[in-house]
Ligand binder design. Structure first.
Ligand SMILES: C[S@@+](CC[C@H](N)C(=O)[O-])C[C@H]1O[C@@H](n2cnc3c(N)ncnc32)[C@H](O)[C@@H]1O
Length: 339
């Protein structure tokens, strides 16, 4: 029945208003950039003081914080004086599940998102269209943005370590090669939990240059070799286990197959490959994988895949899927050499 003006149900309009709001994400990310939650860690502070510490304009900061307080992030406890709320706590850098570095606000990403229409018309990633080079090459040429992306990856690893370390028998590996392992946040957490495992961290040279600090801070540097390289070239050989954590979704099927083929070539007949990925479920059910899939489409030209699609990629690369274990975050997919 068509809604008339008199009996109009506004539920959909209100819900769409929330879903379509681009102001809250930008405001939240700007507050993270300014480290506002860290500045409030010791208790409420007036905006005039926060602005000095954050290098912000007091009037502008006041308007930003009022908007966020209206969303439950921060609270105005007295006129122009703000405090943390429970919702704001994980925005602190010292929170065990800190999300502060996950909410990046990168000019290059934002410009790519603004060109999502290009992706929808052509199927090609908007990032390359806007910047004239693919996402990974762009990061290699822009160290500051690359470091922000590495920090983002590391911050997400707190949650991943909590949810996936208990879901698979990692201690079985004498040596685990983490291909595309970033600056080593996940591998460091894994090595800390399993003292009998040795690690090999493999990623592009400009990325692994940040790894020695991460590994030393975790106290595992003596059990982890850092190998700079390109997974389209050759992957370090001889590992008992190979890990690809949220790497394949950054590539289209052909490139993902090439990477898997190089991993397969490095594996012994008895080595195991473990993929950790957000898997695309069927139907309408909400799953972050469906959002990450659009992110991959716009930025890298990659894709999040269903288990069946991943199984087919593995087959093309000479591997066979042996086990799938769901966790509250990523899915563990194990594969062995097919022959
Ligand atoms: C989404 S990040 C995941 C990082 C890490 N595995 C994690 O989960 O924290 C993808 C990683 O793939 C790496 N990568 C991209 N192209 C690569 C290549 N050609 N060879 C090796 N690593 C690559 C990136 O540098 C980045 O660290």
């Amino acid at each position: 029945m068509t809604a008339t003006r008199r009996n109009l149900d506004l539920t959909a309009v209100v819900r769409l208003g929330e879903l379509g709001d681009q102001i809250t994400p930008f405001a939240l990310r700007a507050a993270c950039d300014l480290r506002i939650a860290d500045l409030l860690a010791d208790g409420p502070r007036p905006v005039s003081e926060l602005a000095v510490s954050a290098g912000a304009h007091p009037g502008a900061l006041l308007r930003l914080l009022r908007a966020l307080a209206a969303r439950g992030v921060f609270t105005e406890v007295a006129d122009a004086t703000f405090a943390l709320t429970p919702l704001a706590e994980p925005l602190r850098g010292d929170h065990p599940m800190s999300l502060r570095d996950s909410f990046t606000l990168l000019d290059s990403d934002v410009r790519a998102w603004a060109a999502i229409g290009h992706t929808l018309r052509t199927g090609e990633p908007a990032f390359g269209h806007v910047h004239g080079q693919d996402y990974w090459s762009y990061l290699a040429d822009h160290p500051q943005e690359s470091a922000r992306v590495d920090d983002w990856m590391r911050s997400v690893n707190h949650l991943h370590l909590r949810t996936v370390l208990g879901a698979y028998p990692w201690r079985r590996f004498g040596t685990l090669v983490d291909v595309g392992g970033g600056t080593g946040g996940f591998l460091a957490g894994l090595l800390t939990r399993f003292p009998g495992v040795r690690g090999v961290l493999f990623d592009l040279p400009h990325v692994v240059s940040g790894a020695p600090k991460v590994l030393a801070e975790a106290g595992v540097a003596d059990r982890c070799e850092v190998v700079p390289g390109d997974a389209f070239g050759a992957v370090p050989a001889g590992g008992d286990g190979y890990l690809l954590k949220t790497v394949l979704p950054g590539f289209d099927d052909d490139d993902a197959t090439r990477i898997l083929g190089n991993v397969r070539a490095a594996m012994r007949p008895d080595s195991r490959l473990v993929l950790l990925e957000a898997v695309l479920p069927p139907g309408d059910a909400f799953d972050m994988a469906k959002l990450f899939d659009v992110h991959a489409m716009v930025l890298t030209g990659g894709a999040h895949r269903s288990t069946e699609e991943t199984g087919r990629l593995l087959e093309r690369a000479g591997l066979r899927l042996t086990q799938v274990v769901g966790t509250p975050t990523l899915t563990v997919i194990e594969a062995l050499p097919a022959d």
